[in-house]
Ligand binder design. Structure first.
Ligand code: KG4
Ligand code: ZN
Length: 347
């Protein structure tokens, strides 16, 4: 069989993404973001996101088809994010995908957004050895996953017990008076700061926590600790050294994420680690993880920063794997699932 040509649609949060992939070749990846419309609220407003998807979906689709230089009729399958994410936002992409698949008479696949963050790496680095571990860090999730087969067998080894890593970035940015989304802004500020200047806590790394939460993450204590530190400085009438706070906070996040991911690689005897999700664009996380993987003899796979944040190509990439594995297409009556577990690669 020739390589499947799959159109992927992503609308789980604030980016409207349409990607087109042939086999593992990326043909188009168009993204329209409503981020600017949420900035003044300090976070994503679901209703605004849904409306923005509705406005952006068809123009983004047209741009993707033009970029890939294909007609809709050539597409073999349509893949779309079915969850997790904002229900109203997901519903826009799902409706569009169902309408396209129905009109074209092509199969459609409801895909897990989190698996998309892992699957996008195949477009740049080829097939994934089995098993591999994945460190998935996004705005809503922080997970260590075991991937035996991207299309059919993904399991969770650890997760966040409170705030996700990206959420911590966004909340810390907010308390420092920096704009949403906080990740890129803190990353930039941290370049000029001293990461050793403030000793912020590393969540769930104490001996008594490791017994129960060895591969789990907690960033809410870190966020509170940054807030207390800033408050104390203000009470003392001292200026806030933004760059040092950003660098020290970022160091704490990167230290815990990389430490636990490599501990999992050692524990499970797995030699390949994949990094995915919006926070995977973080410069310090990428560097520290590369250093620690090299020292441990673990192969690290990192998608380009542009493919780390939400996009349609990552959904198309999983769609291709589903078609190749012969997984049955989704029924037309599937709905959006805001809490879709990562084990459910497709619904
Ligand atoms: O995966 P993603 O695009 O959306 C979700 O599925 O949640 O991740 C968005 C998150 C936001 O919290 C954003 O602040 C964070 O990724 N992010 C970053 C960077 N770029 C985006 N965090 C740290 N450093 C970055 N360079
Ligand atoms: Zn995401």
């Amino acid at each position: 069989m020739s390589e499947p040509l799959v159109l992927g649609i992503e609308t789980s949060c604030d980016e409207t993404g349409v990607g087109i992939v042939r086999g593992r070749q990326l043909l188009a990846n168009e993204v329209a973001s409503s981020m600017a419309e949420h900035a003044r609220f300090g976070g994503v407003v679901p209703e605004i996101a849904s409306r923005a998807h509705l406005h952006a979906i068809l123009p983004t689709l047209d741009r993707a088809l033009a970029a890939a230089q294909i007609d809709l009729g050539q597409v073999d399958a349509i893949a779309v994010t079915a969850g997790p994410g904002l229900v109203g936002a997901l519903a826009v992409g799902l409706s569009a995908a169902k309408a396209l698949a129905f009109a074209l008479g092509k199969p459609f696949y409801g895909v897990n957004h989190l698996v998309g963050h892992v699957g996008v790496d195949l477009l740049e680095h080829g097939p994934l050895p089995s098993p591999a571990l994945a460190l998935l860090v996004s705005g809503g999730h922080t997970n260590i996953l075991r991937v035996d087969d991207l299309a059919t067998r993904v399991s969770q080894i650890g997760g966040a017990i409170d705030d996700a890593a990206g959420e911590a970035y966004d909340k810390v940015a907010r308390l420092l008076g920096l704009p949403y989304p906080g990740g890129p802004v803190i990353d930039a500020a941290a370049q000029h700061g001293d990461p050793t200047s403030i000793a912020f806590p590393r969540g769930l790394t104490a001996r008594h926590d490791l017994a129960r939460h060895r591969f789990d993450f907690s960033f809410s204590g870190l966020k509170t600790s940054v807030a207390r530190w800033v408050e104390q400085r203000q009470l003392d009438g001292q200026p806030i050294p933004l760059d040092d706070v950003a660098a020290s906070f970022q160091e704490a996040v990167a230290d815990v994420l990389t430490g636990k991911a490599l501990d999992a690689c050692r524990h499970f005897g797995v030699g390949t680690l994949l990094l995915g999700g919006g926070v995977a664009a973080n410069s310090r996380l990428r560097t520290l993880l590369a250093e620690r993987c090299a020292a441990a003899g673990v192969e690290l796979r990192r998608p380009s920063p542009a493919l780390c944040t939400d996009n349609g190509a990552m959904i198309a990439a999983v769609g291709v794997e589903l078609v190749r594995a012969g997984v049955a297409p989704s029924a037309f009556d599937i709905g959006a699932d805001s809490g879709l577990p990562v084990e459910e690669v497709s619904v």
